[in-house]
Design a protein around this ligand. Structure first.
Ligand code: HEC
Ligand code: HEC
Length: 301
C-alpha cells in the first residue's frame, strides 16, 4: 500500500506541475508524431500509470489516432474521461466529486478495473436494467446519471459524442460481438465466488480504517489522494458500485490503488461497510435534462 501511496503522490505532484493530467496528455501529444503517440498514453506520466500497474500490463490503446477532426474528437473524449468534473464540456453534467476514471482506471485502459477496452464491440446490447436494446452512447449517458450523480447530457451533444468516440476508438480493429444478455463488454469485472450474504460490516470497518482511510478519509469524504467513497460527493445509490457484489468485485481488482491485494472476503466486508454509509438517492427525473434536450439532431445547423 505504501508504494501505491507514493505513486499516487508523485502522480499528483506531476499533474499539479503540468496543470492537470488531461492537459498533460494533450500537451505531450501535440508535440509528437502519430507513431510516437502509442507509447505516451500507456506510459505517462513518468512511466507509471496512475493506478500503479506497469505499462506492459496494459493492453496498448490503438496505435494511431484517426486523421484530422476524428482524431481530435478521440483526444477530447479522453480528456473528458480523465477530468470529467472540471472539463468545460462535462462539468455541468457531473453531480459529485468523481471523474469517469475514478472507477474506469487509467482512462479505461486498465485491463480489469471496469476496463473500457473492447467495450464498444458489445454494443448495441440488451440492457436488463432499461429493458431496451441500448447503444454505447446510451450506456455512457447512463453512467453520468448514476455513477457521476449528474444530469444526462443530450444524445448527440459534443460531450456525448466525444466520450463515445474515445471508447469506440479503444476497440479499434476488434470484432463486433453484440451482447444480447447484458450491457457489458468482454472484459467486465468478474463476479466474486464468495456469497455476498456472508459480508461482515464490522470487519469491513476495521479493514477500511487500516487500508482505505489514508486516501479516502475516515469520513469517506475523500482526501487529496482519493475521491469520496460515500456521502454527496460519491456515486449515488442507482450506480453499479452501490451494489455490494459489484463494489466487492471491483475493489478486488482496483483497490488499494496500485496494490490491489484484498482477498474476496475482505473486499466483500469492506464493500458492505462502504455501502452501509449514506449516499445520494437516485430519482430518475432529477437526472434527466429538460424534455427538449433529451435528444438532439446530431448535425451542424
Ligand atoms: C463510481 C464508479 C464509476 C464511475 C465514476 C463511472 N463508471 Fe462507468 N461503470 C462503472 C461500473 C462498475 C460499470 C460496470 C462495469 C463492469 O461490470 O465491468 C460501468 C460501466 C460502464 C460502461 C459499460 C462497460 C461495459 O463493459 O459494457 C461504460 C461505457 C461506462 N461505464 C462509461 C462511463 C463513463 C463515460 C463515465 C463518466 C461519465 C463513467 N462510466 C463513470 C462504474 C463507474
Ligand atoms: C493510495 C491511495 C488509495 C488507497 C489506499 C485506496 N484508494 Fe480507492 N481510490 C484512490 C484513487 C486516487 C481513486 C480514483 C482513481 C483515479 O483517479 O485514478 C480511488 C477510487 C476508489 C473508488 C471509486 C471512486 C469513488 O470514490 O467512489 C472506490 C469505491 C475506492 N477507491 C475504494 C477504496 C477502498 C475501499 C480502499 C481500501 C481497500 C481504497 N479505495 C484504497 C486512492 C486510493
Amino acid at each position: 500500500m505504501k508504494t501505491g501511496t507514493m505513486m499516487r503522490l508523485s502522480y499528483y505532484g506531476l499533474a499539479a506541475i503540468m496543470v492537470g493530467p488531461a492537459v498533460l496528455s494533450l500537451a505531450i501529444w501535440s508535440g509528437l508524431a502519430d507513431e510516437q503517440r502509442q507509447a505516451t498514453w500507456a506510459e505517462e506520466p513518468g512511466g507509471i500509470s496512475p493506478s500503479g500497474i506497469t505499462p506492459t500490463a496494459i493492453k496498448k490503446s490503438p496505435a494511431r489516432l484517426p486523421e484530422g477532426e476524428l482524431g481530435r474528437v478521440v483526444a477530447l473524449g479522453r480528456a473528458i474521461v480523465e477530468d470529467t468534473g472540471r472539463h468545460p464540456l462535462s462539468k455541468m453534467h457531473v453531480g459529485n466529486g468523481l471523474t469517469c476514471q475514478s472507477c474506469h482506471l487509467d482512462a479505461g485502459t486498465h485491463p480489469e478495473a471496469a476496463s473500457l477496452l473492447s467495450v464498444a464491440t458489445a454494443y448495441p446490447a440488451w440492457s436488463p436494467r432499461e429493458q431496451r436494446v441500448i447503444t454505447l452512447e446510451d450506456r455512457v449517458l447512463n453512467c453520468f446519471m448514476r455513477s457521476m450523480n449528474g444530469v444526462r447530457p443530450p444524445n448527440g451533444s459534443e460531450v456525448s459524442v466525444a466520450v463515445t468516440t474515445y471508447i469506440s476508438w479503444l476497440s479499434s480493429g476488434e470484432q463486433i460481438a453484440m451482447n444480447g444478455r447484458a450491457a457489458l463488454g468482454p472484459r467486465h469485472v468478474k463476479p466474486l465466488k464468495t456469497d455476498v450474504s456472508q459480508a461482515d460490516i464490522r470487519r469491513g470497518a476495521t479493514l477500511y480504517a487500516a487500508q482505505c482511510s489514508v486516501c479516502h478519509g475516515d469520513d469517506g469524504a475523500g482526501t487529496d489522494d482519493g475521491p469520496a467513497v460515500w456521502g454527496p460527493m460519491s456515486y449515488n445509490d442507482g450506480a453499479g458500485l452501490s451494489r455490494n457484489d459489484k463494489l466487492a468485485a471491483w475493489l478486488k481488482v482496483a483497490m488499494p490503488l496500485g496494490d490491489a491485494s484484498l482477498t474476496e472476503q475482505e473486499a466483500l466486508d469492506i464493500a458492505a461497510y462502504v455501502n452501509s454509509k449514506p449516499r445520494s438517492k437516485f430519482v430518475l427525473k432529477n437526472h434527466l435534462p429538460e424534455p427538449h434536450r433529451l435528444g438532439e439532431y446530431n448535425a451542424r445547423p
